[in-house]
Design a protein around this ligand. Sequence first.
Ligand code: ADP
Ligand code: MG
Length: 265
Amino acid sequence: MAKLEEANNLNNAINKEVESLEVERLNHNFGFTQILKDINFSIKKGEVLSVVGPSGGGKTTLMHLCANLLDVEEGSIKNSFTSSAFAFQEARLLPWKNVIDNISLGLIAKGTKANIAKKMSEEIALKFGLEEEDFDKFPKDLSGGMKQRVSFARALVVEPSLLFLDEPFSALDIGLKMELQAHLIQMVKEKNLTILFITHDLMEAIRLSDKILLLEADPGHIIKEFTYDLAQESRDDKFVYNQTAKILQDETIINTFELQGIGFK
Ligand SMILES: Nc1ncnc2c1ncn2[C@@H]1O[C@H](COP(=O)(O)OP(=O)(O)O)[C@@H](O)[C@H]1O
Ligand SMILES: [Mg+2]
């Protein structure tokens, strides 16, 4: 028994080592329009990688391809992460399920017993700033911010190895945005969570990422990458503002976001 356990642990350790997402020579068209062109990158376990670029540049399409929500037509995506979860800009909750039942969806799908799933969901709901009196509420009775808390709790309660985030903070006020970002940073540190983060917000990308890929539009392709070595939990506002100011001087950023002549130069 002890031997078996040892072997399992070793297996887990090896799996952790090799977990990665590798995107190679990826192209994507919708109809006759090329949306993505020659995309190459990889994400390793524990890494936060952001894809930043203007609206309509193909970021969501890229994420859908990586998350296997869309078929790869040209090039390859190899994903060896053992599990994944999503959170989107809209919370996408099931309207006929209450807060706790929405959060426990993934656990139930994984076969977790109902009473254990309920307990885990309640714990994470509290952690994400929901209150006991909210547990029985249905999505129609929740504010936008509360819905987004539920959406994050639902994605993270299953302890995914890889988390896909598509502009999850875009509709949130600054306080809630920073609170949820802090939760993510903590989970990256404590659980070695890996994140593919899609955003058009440079500042939030700088707060969260180990690496930022800049995606230029028409067709979407990576034109530059920025790497940040300082641990996320050590990045204060000053670091984020300074780095954002620095990046906004970058010629490639100015051109990609079409910032010429609007005061950043
Ligand atoms: N299912 C689809 N069919 C056709 N065109 C699409 C589809 N999804 C997205 N597009 C188009 O692809 C381009 C990139 O969209 P998207 O990946 O959503 O960009 P982003 O997330 O960067 O704003 C846009 O021009 C969009 O209209
Ligand atoms: Mg999008």
